[in-house]
Design a binder for this molecule. Structure first.
Ligand SMILES: Nc1ncnc2c1ncn2[C@@H]1O[C@H](COP(=O)(O)OP(=O)(O)OP(=O)(O)O)[C@@H](O)[C@H]1O
Length: 919
């Protein structure tokens, strides 16, 4: 396994000569040799440290001081930072710099009697970008996927293109597989957006391996690993869901339903996880198998160009579909929303079930309010359960699970109440949406018994402010009982614990009495009874108050240590009581540990039910969000059908509309009606008049509808789309030796290869990147292919109005003869003197407005000069262009472009037709 871009930086100079006498140096050298692809951070006391040449790199990346130490008379570079900075620095090394970090922890081992404990160090985990667990710097609103890809590397070159995918978010346990082919691999990788990809070592060794080429384009961290058969084989526990569904209740897939390539990918993934998570390897749930036919496939380019999850210009979600429709309030809900938007459903029943839920909540704003408020107080249970499976989790995590269970019960109860109310009010009649609501609540498991156990076990006063893990809490409690640190488990949890607490309280009272007796007897108010690692159980007295003199003089005390201001003394009575206190506190700690372990096991035992309920809540959060969105932005429920129509009345582009509204402008809605009788629309019209916006909004409406959302339109009837394609926007890819036109042609070719009669294609200005003649020819050929071969629904926006002649546009704006199922539509510019209607006023002499209204017909005017003027092109240049336009229109004569230097050389009067130009 090798992290791309990471070069092993330990110089061989210093190492062979070094004969480390101390154990630390030996361990570090061994670990460096064992994990050569990693930065090694070794825990030494309260610090994590890096040594040798790596230290220079670590110091540079973390911006910390580089220093050195002597080992065996050799100077060794080193740097380090305190424990509390670990997460911050892991974020820098792993998340930002894509480095792999081997974490070596230290473990105390009792030394010979009378000596300090010894420490063993071992690497407990390798932290890589794709194997992050509960790191606080993880964004809870996004998945952090590790993707394994398996295929027969050598046969790929011979044309065998089966590929198995397995991907997991280790921090949540969400685990998926998919069988795919090389043709769709790029689309799948783009959609999954893995943080790290694992390929087989074979793929690394095969020259020009196509999988490697695709993956390296999309993911900055690529690792190579072999599948290692676990001994004994690790069972996969039951899966949470068969699909990403609210309506389908099929049994979870067994590993036998996976294709051989998926199984290999799962094995590669689990082997890689085991190699890296080491002591943190959890039991994995069986993966959810994704079936291509059940989802709307969105190709890689479309996913990016439609800005569904990430903006093209600045990254992030601002201006994206996700940013616009996100009304979820939980991390799990937001992750699910992202998945639904990037991979909408193609199952009619599933989509209808989701939309029924949205309709249900849309009609009930009071429930929306109530549930949103409750959901805000719920923890990310999927993540918390995973923490426990990873052997982590604290008392506050356990408490969060109990809170979540109470909220789930509230929600279920509230829905039942609503049901009763409706039955009463509507004479035993229920709206049809109730079927989906019932199906959802039926999936919720009753976990009140688990919540009761947790509430009985936890001491509610201690839950706040506890540490990351119970073990850290326990150490604090044991060490800090003198400062009144609280225990975690309710003393009433068991008779044994209750008896221990009674004894502990009795001993505390004895200590208090002894302390005040001694203070009184020796007239020493500063005297206190203490315990410390250095002096053990001792009596502490302040010298300055002269208390010490009397105490020191008494034979009941033996001096242990003194400073200028205090002294520490041994006292038999306190040693007796104190050691009993210590022993009792240790006993409490170990009983608490057992109790917590029992709770942890309870959570693990209920893993599947907890995850199921959490998943129901995720769906609830998304559908509640869709309902709020529909209400806020006046979306309507689309009518979903299983045919090839797409009829949207007064549709709007959700993100453009928000942008316009924020600057006080209105969006002009438009109607698009594709059907088997009118399956392809050619859209012409001026620049800036809204053609691309119309195309994009059509695609976004299809995505929203099939995600389960309502849509921005007055009415919509959407026939299920199996694949969505867009050819929009031009982008160079010079790095991969592809010009703008080449990129455009490759994307168009891909669409023509893959679109089916159930697909929806939007194409914007295909052919514009070359000569007019070539472009027009290509545009015609593409339309013809889409129409006859793909036979799909398509919107084709173009400035080549000649296409309308080539396709024989009739007076009722349809294609002629065999092209009769093509419709012609256009947008316009309104010339006007009325400034009040202007969208974009230029001047009083040359004023116009974009109507943005689609109408049947062909518009042969592009009004490109108006846009040039609007864009601030020099007036003289615009004047030249206008003159040439006029001549082109009148005599159809081509005037060659005039070059400034040529004009100067010749004198402008000598250039025919140039005299009138202001140059
Ligand atoms: N229906 C609409 N209502 C209101 N404003 C709109 C509408 N459609 C587009 N616009 C505005 O017009 C701008 C330009 O739209 P768009 O890019 O879709 O035009 P276009 O016809 O594709 O232009 P070009 O041919 O130059 O690519 C958008 O950024 C938006 O602000």
């Amino acid at each position: 396994m090798v992290a791309k871009g990471f070069i092993q930086r330990i110089s061989t100079d210093g190492l062979p000569g070094l004969r480390p006498r101390n154990q630390l140096a030996t361990e570090i050298l061994e670990n460096l040799a064992k994990f050569p692809h990693c930065i090694l951070l070794t825990r030494v006391g309260q610090f994590y440290e890096s040594y040798f040449d790596q230290a220079a790199e670590v110091a540079r990346l973390l911006n910390i001081k580089l220093t050195s130490r002597k080992w065996d008379n050799q100077t060794v570079l080193m740097c380090g930072f305190p424990l509390i900075h670990l997460q911050k620095h892991l974020n820098t090394l792993v998340q930002q710099s894509n480095r792999f970090v081997a974490l070596s922890e230290e473990f105390a081992r009792p030394g010979p009697p009378g000596t300090r404990p010894l420490f063993d160090r071992r690497v407990v985990r390798i932290v890589t970008p794709g194997t992050l667990i509960d790191e606080p710097f993880l964004n809870h609103y996004e998945n952090n996927y590790l993707l394994a890809i398996s295929s027969d590397a050598s046969r790929l070159l011979e044309g065998h293109d089966d590929v198995g995918l397995a991907w997991i978010d280790v921090s949540t346990g969400e685990f998926f597989t998919k069988y795919t082919t090389m043709e769709y691999l790029h689309d799948d990788v783009t959609r999954i957006r893995p943080r790290e990809v694992v390929l087989t070592k074979k793929m690394e060794s095969v020259d020009s391996c196509p999988v490697r080429a695709i993956v390296q384009r999309e993911c900055p961290v690529v690792s190579y690993s072999d599948t290692v058969t676990p001994t004994p084989p690790q069972p996969l526990v039951q899966s949470v869901l068969a699909s990403d569904s609210v309506s389908e209740h099929a049994e979870p897939p067994t590993t036998s339903t996976l294709s051989s390539h998926e199984t290999s990918a799962v094995n590669l993934l689990t082997s890689y996880l085991r190699l890296n998570l080491l002591e943190f390897m959890p039991d994995l749930s069986a993966p959810n198998k994704e079936v291509a036919e059940a989802r709307m496939e969105i190709d890689a380019h479309t996913l990016k160009s439609l800005e569904i999850q990430e903006g093209i210009q600045e990254g992030g979600t601002s201006g994206t579909l996700l940013g616009c429709v996100k009304k979820t309030v939980t991390g799990g809900g937001t992750r699910l929303l992202t998945r639904w938007l990037c991979s909408p459903s193609a199952s009619l029943s599933e989509i209808n079930a989701r939309q029924s839920l949205v309709a249900f909540f849309h009609a009930r704003p009071h429930l929306r309010r109530d549930f949103h408020e409750r959901l805000r107080g719920i923890d990310d249970v999927t993540r918390t359960v995973q923490k426990f499976l990873l052997g982590r989790g604290s008392t506050s995590d356990i408490a969060a699970i109990s809170t979540a269970i109470s909220i789930w019960s509230f929600i279920k109860g509230r829905i039942l109440l609503e049901r009763e109310l409706q039955l009463r009010e509507q004479n035993n009649h229920l709206d049809p949406e109730w079927a989906s609501v019932d199906a959802l609540t039926l999936r919720m498991e009753d976990l009140t018994e688990l919540a009761r156990k947790i509430q009985t076990a936890l001491d509610s006063a201690t839950i706040q402010g506890s540490s990351e893990t119970f073990e850290e809490d326990a150490i604090l409690a044991q060490e800090q009982w003198q400062q009144g640190h609280r225990w975690s488990i309710n003393p009433e949890f068991s008779e044994e614990l209750s008896a221990l607490h009674t004894r502990f309280q009795g001993l505390l009272k004895q200590r208090e009495d002894l302390e005040s007796d001694l203070q009184r007897h020796y007239n020493a108010p500063s005297l206190t009874l203490r315990s410390s690692p250095l002096h053990g159980l001792h009596v502490h007295v302040a010298k300055s108050k002269r208390d010490a003199a009397k105490v020191k003089a008494s034979p009941a005390f033996t001096l242990i240590a003194e400073s200028n201001s205090t002294c520490c003394l041994f006292h038999q009575g306190w040693a007796q009581v104190g050691s009993e206190l210590l022993e009792t506190s240790q006993n409490i700690a170990s009983v608490e540990k057992a109790a917590f372990e029992a709770l942890r096991n309870e959570v693990k035992m209920h893993e599947t039910q907890l995850r199921r309920n959490a998943r129901v809540i995720d769906e609830l959060d998304v559908t509640l969000g869709f309902a709020s969105l529909a209400s806020d932005m006046h979306f309507t429920r689309p009518n979903m059908i299983d045919d090839c129509t797409f009829h949207v009345v007064n549709g709007r582009h959700p993100t453009v509309e928000i942008g316009l509204l924020s600057s006080g402008r209105m969006f002009t809605p438009n109607t698009v009606s594709l059907s088997p009788d009118s399956q392809l629309h050619i859209i012409t019209g001026p620049n800036m008049a809204g053609k691309s916006t119309l195309l994009r909004q059509t695609a976004l409406i299809a995505i929203l509808a099939q995600s389960g959302s309502f849509v921005p339109a007055d009415y919509a009837q959407v026939g299920i789309v199996d694949r969505l394609f867009s050819r929009i926007g031009a982008k160079d890819d010079l790095f991969r030796d592809r010009s703008t036109f080449m990129v455009e042609m490759q994307e168009a070719a891909d669409i023509l290869k893959k679109a089916t009669p159930r697909s929806l294609v939007i194409m914007d200005e295909v052919g514009r990147g070359t000569s007019v003649r070539d472009g027009l020819a290509i545009a015609f050929a593409v339309v013809r292919h889409l129409y006859f071969k793909n036979n799909c629904r398509a919107l084709f926006a173009t400035h080549f109005h000649e296409l309308s002649d080539m396709l024989g546009c009739t007076s009722d704006h349809r294609g002629a003869g065999p092209f009769g199922r093509i419709g012609f539509f256009c947008t316009d510019v309104q010339e006007t003197e009325d400034f009040s209607i202007l969208t974009t006023p230029l001047s009083s002499l040359d004023s116009f407005a974009y109507s943005h209204r689609l109408r049947p017909g062909v518009n042969k005017e592009s009004h490109g000069l108006k846009v040039a003027q609007l864009a601030g092109m020099p007036p003289s240049t615009v004047a030249v262009a206008r003159e040439i336009m006029a001549r082109l229109k009148s005599d159809d004569v081509w005037i060659p472009p005039l070059r400034q230097d040529a004009l100067q050389a010749l004198g402008k009067s000598q250039i025919p037709g140039a005299a009138s130009f202001e140059l």
